[in-house]
Design a protein around this ligand. Sequence first.
Ligand SMILES: *Cc1c(COP(=O)(O)O)cnc(C)c1O
Length: 460
Amino acid sequence: MNNDNLTRRDLSVVWHPCTQMKDHEHLPMTPIRRGEGVWLEDFDGNRYIDAVSSWWVNLFGHANPRINQAIRDQLDRLEHVILAGFTHEPVIRLSEKLVAITPPGLSRCFFADSGSAAVEVALKMSYHYWRNRGQGGKTRFICLTNSYHGETLGALSVGDVPLYKETYKSLLMQSITVQAPDCYLREAGEDCAQLAERMFVHMEQALARHAHETCAVIVEPLVQCAGGMRMYDPRYLSLLREACDRHGMHLIADEIAVGFGRTGTMFACEQAGITPDFLCLSKGLTGGYLPLSAVVTTEGVYQAFYDEYEKLNAFLHSHSYTGNPLACAAALGTLGIFEGEDVIGNNRHLAKVMAEALAPLQDHPNVAEVRQTGMIAAVEMVRDKATREPYPWQERRGLAIYRHALQRGALLRPLGNVSYLMPPYVINEEQIRFLAEVMREGIDVATQDQPPRANRTRRG
Ligand SMILES: *Cc1c(COP(=O)(O)O)cnc(C)c1O
């Protein structure tokens, strides 16, 4: 088996996610044989540093011995059991741990199998809470511009990235979309906290206008990842928490991408000192091993559903693999690493190395901004540095970076014009500096304008 024959077999039967399959007429497919730590190895023996943590899920490297062992131990005991009427040790232990480590006031864990499913759960629970409390007129949700909460119809309804949403618009719930406090859009002399306060005026207006019909506000705390790693100040979250309480609506914190140490604290909400009504977790929850998600909520929410069966107030929502024991074991293995090592402290050091390694890109003629929150560092490529005019999306400049990185032994998968590093926490300093170098070269290649067509095709 080698890359070529596997690629041929793949392309005749597999339909890949988030992909225009026709691209693979010219774009390489990379079949991976094994992973170890930050490394992925293909069937021709080429190695790649996984700079994007395999779509932001991997925390402690591929084939992590401790997580492997946790899954192996569980595999010999129980692979799966129905979670209605039955329970098992991994789901109990995981729930206890999540309640212990998440912000104070969160005490109940509901499980699902993907991030999108967790968002669906949070939206339905919030609506159902108000219904059970006699406020069935609350049917709407408020979200931020450029937000992303997943691909299922409910999650897509509260998202705002046009690339994913536009096509399906006629199938979706009508959400109320409020201008995000995106710090990329700050004015001269303004800092991110000031911008957050200025932008909160829009949220305050929406809350006042729609409080009677709105169940919840949903946000990605601190970083809008799929929206191009756009970042904002924790001040916005503090203001939002206070205002949601004042206007009588829930706050849903979607920490699916930013939870588990990614932003420099265990959960991003900690940086604002707030507790949401619903905390959505997935991705890093199992260290990047198995699909699992959790919605952690408050005793107040739980009690609104706790009643005689005939009242039909129960949350009758389930997924076949809810609380899968193997996935819970992977999550326990992952949390065990956080308990045994100073992961957050170590990440603080790695984040500094990332900052230093990427800093020179600030001066690149086609870079508008280098920004960072903890273990997420992003570089925004533009056509015009002075006006920040972006490259037209049709030019797909990011693909040149992706291709270049593959040749150099790195998996760097830009989001449009934004390149980023979001590596596993087991990366070392040298590897970070290597990735920064590869990104710089990639940006050079991507921004080097094509010579006129006549020159390229002329022979001799
Ligand atoms: C990835 C992501 C989701 C969706 O999770 P899936 O497991 O891909 O369904 C939701 N919200 C955020 C913030 C995400 O980054």
